[in-house]
Design a protein around this ligand. Structure first.
Ligand code: IVH
Length: 706
């Protein structure tokens, strides 16, 4: 199908309009976090621009929004020298450090104004963006360079271009308003948000790769990735904090610099303030610490910069850092301690996780005595031996992370290298590592550790919420062989719970056995087990422990299928239907299909059902626009895939069928439609094209045929 070619000047004009609109919406979305239009509407504008540019390639410019992800993977990065060295910052770790620095600044300023711009110290990598004159009086992004050693960095322009909050060009009027030339440089911090970091690690886990250590490392790795498509998918962000003209800082001062960068359309951290006394500096630090956890990206301190350019000039720099700025680092949330041993835990899926047993160390308010080592590759990557000293960090979350092995004259290397066990530490059956995966697993279906972990998982608050089902109870239930699967929980009664025991130690006497649970605790546990029968399909799905089916996925699946039978049918007969659920791809659908393929799992679902566990969910409310109508799809539609079209029809209450019959109300035909189209004509069934289908979905009616 060819579209009528709009006349030439029209196309050029439309291209300009679309670019301006897209740039405006990118700024609203990525910088101001205040989108005006839906993602679909944005995509529609982008698609129109792509189409027009494809028809008129001579009109494509490097600053067009279509050119963010351009070109093929690079072979390597060119070196590029900085217009002026990218220095580091001196650090302050206490109020005294800060007071000392403030005193020195005031002395050296010798009467020139001293006020500081307080900014957050974002934990990423600094980069320099060079803008150069474009033909229309605008400035255009010409290069993006990493800090490197401060003198020379790497030219990562194609990667910087993929960051949506970085303007590819800046209009002439904006430059004029600020009396800025068309050539200048912007410096700032490239960061990865915590959400993007988590998404990356989920992906890495699904691909069997070890997790990235922290957002900063992940951002660094991403910026040095050779394929810009991958970089674009990682969603980096860039916060601007310096503006340089002719290789020198903008002479209006730091506060005006940040405001100017803001006006130019850059992402500038909104948490900033002009402060002039130590009290104000301390208050800013406290404020920053209090919002730290909610920012969504990591910060490791606060930066104070002398605001006045004249004062900055007078203070100058050492070879390493400017004297007019300082980084106040938050109290260290890391500690160095010794690895006393490595134990291996078995999870509910049989996954073996090595855990470092540490000499207890106090970090950020808690004592840390264990830290996960993830898998054998992680240990190998660290080069860790038992007896080594390691650096442990506590980030925004509570789980401590092992960062690196510390090795110097005070911290000698350990002697004993760790070899991963060949048998399951709990049931002693052989462990396996599937090719391409990082984890070793115990595949013994009856491994007691797996059952113990499954029971604990089942009882968790986010799952079936059975509060009394803690470690001691589970351990006893297993020892007394009262449960062999989660379904057996529903057979427990007061007299069975009465048999659970605990050992009580007594001074100077032999330990004594007592009931583990008193009458109240037994009644409470039984009440919670009973209550959990109404937890609903999503929680039951989570409780079954199907691989990759976490809270969100379980909810989406439950909302789509409504009950366990429908899900099981789909999993057994047509697993591809599972992929109609948002966010479910072949990996998750495969795991669900595999789950239901096992007779033992089907039996488990059956016994849960028999025990009275509810397995329904409120189905996603569907529109009823197409209720009672049956559609058959044939041929290739111009923009929708077959699956998308089917999903849209079903979401609007319609049915889809594979073959045309008298019961068919509409046949939707695309290019190369075959026999179904002939059959439709034979039976005089209305044939729709994609546009008509979309109109029907939108308005419940088809526009009159021209
Ligand atoms: S100013 C010459 N401002 O911290 C001045 N740096 O420890 C150097 N950083 O290399 C940069 N947030 O990567 C400045 N608001 C901020 C910052 C910031 C994070 C990083 C930057 C720098 C490092 C120095």
């Amino acid at each position: 199908m060819s579209q009528p070619a709009p006349s030439a000047p029209n196309v050029a004009q439309r291209i300009q309009e679309l670019r301006a609109e897209l740039v405006r919406h990118e700024h609203l979305y990525y910088v101001l976090d205040a989108p005006e239009i839906s993602d679909a509407a944005y995509d529609a504008l982008m698609n129109e621009l792509k189409r027009l540019e494809a028809a008129r390639p001579e009109l494509v410019t490097p600053d067009s929004p279509t050119q963010r992800v351009g070109g093929k993977p690079a072979e390597g990065f060119r070196k590029a020298s900085h217009s002026r060295p990218m220095l580091s910052l001196d650090n302050a770790y206490s109020a005294e450090d800060l007071a000392d620095w403030d005193r020195r600044v005031r002395e050296l300023a010798a009467g020139l104004p001293v006020a500081y711009m307080a900014e957050l110290k974002m934990d990423g990598l600094s980069a320099a963006l060079r803008y150069e004159p474009a033909p229309n009086g605008a400035a255009r992004l010409a290069a993006g360079i990493t800090r490197g050693d401060g003198q020379t960095g790497e030219d990562v322009t194609s990667n910087i271009r993929t960051i949506r909050s970085v303007p590819l060009s800046i209009r002439r009027e904006l430059l004029q308003k600020l009396s800025l030339p068309e050539a200048f440089e912007v410096r700032g911090e490239t960061v990865m948000s915590e959400a993007a970091f988590q998404r990356l690690n989920e992906e890495r886990e699904q691909q069997g790769l070890p997790p990235a250590v922290n957002p900063r490392n992940a951002a660094a790795g991403t910026l040095r990735t050779l394929d810009p498509c991958i970089v674009a998918s990682r969603r980096l962000d860039f916060y601007a904090y310096f503006l340089l003209v002719d290789g020198d800082y903008w002479p209006q001062g730091q506060r005006a610099t940040l405001d100017a960068l803001d006006a130019l359309g850059f992402h500038v951290n909104p948490h900033r303030q002009l402060v002039s006394t130590l009290d104000e500096m301390t208050a800013f630090i406290e404020q920053a610490e209090s919002i730290r956890a909610e920012l969504g990206y990591e910060i490791d301190g606060v930066v104070f910069k002398v605001d006045s350019y004249a004062t900055q000039q007078r203070l100058g720099s050492t070879g390493r850092a400017p004297r007019w700025a300082i980084a106040y680092k938050f109290t260290a949330r890391s500690g160095v301690t010794r690895v006393l041993g490595i134990t291996v835990q078995v999870g509910r899926t049989g996954k073996l996780t090595p855990v470092a047993e540490l000499d207890p160390v106090f970090i950020g308010g808690t004592t840390v005595s264990r830290a996960t080592l993830h898998n054998a590759d992680f240990i190998a990557g660290l080069g860790l031996r038992i007896g080594d000293w390691i650096k442990v960090e506590r980030g925004g979350d509570v789980i401590p992370k092992v960062v690196e092995v510390v090795h110097d004259s005070d911290h000698p290397r350990g002697k004993l290298s760790f070899s991963f066990p060949l048998v399951c530490p709990e049931c002693k059956s052989a462990v396996v590592r599937v090719q391409g995966e990082v984890d070793w697993r115990c595949v013994n279906a009856d491994c007691p550790a797996k059952l113990r972990e499954s029971l604990l998982h089942f009882g968790r608050r986010e799952v079936m919420n059975i509060e009394g089902l803690g470690e001691a109870v589970v351990q006893q239930l297993l020892e007394r062989q009262l449960v062999k699967s989660v379904a057996d929980l529903y057979r427990l009664n007061d007299s069975l719970l009465l048999t659970l025991e605990k050992e009580v130690t007594r001074p100077n006497k032999a330990p004594k056995k007592e009931h583990l649970l008193g009458p109240k605790a037994r009644a409470a546990l039984l009440g919670e087990i009973e209550e959990s029968k109404h937890a609903g399909l999503a929680r039951v799905l989570m409780g079954l422990g199907i691989r990759y089916v976490g809270e969100r996925t379980a909810e989406l699946i439950a909302g789509e299928f409504g009950d366990m039978d429908a899900l099981q049918r789909a999993a057994e007969i047509a697993p591809e239907k599972l992929e109609r659920v948002e966010e479910v791809g072949p990996q998750i659908s495969g795991a669900i299909a595999e789950f239901f393929a096992q007779p033992a799992n089907r039996a488990l679902v059956h016994s849960l059902k028999d025990a009275g566990v509810g397995m329904t969910a409120e189905k996603k409310r569907r529109s009823e626009k197409l209720a009672g109508l049956t559609f058959v799809l044939t041929g290739t539609l111009p923009t929708l895939t077959r699956d998308e079209a089917e999903r849209m029809i079903e979401a609007a209450g319609g049915k889809t069928a594979g073959s045309v019959s008298k019961k068919t109300n509409y046949v939707v035909a695309g290019e190369e439609a075959g026999s179904k189209l002939n059959k439709a004509r034979e039976l005089k069934i209305r044939v729709l094209n994609e546009a008509e289908l979309l109109a029907l979905l939108e308005n419940g009616a088809i526009p009159d045929q021209a």
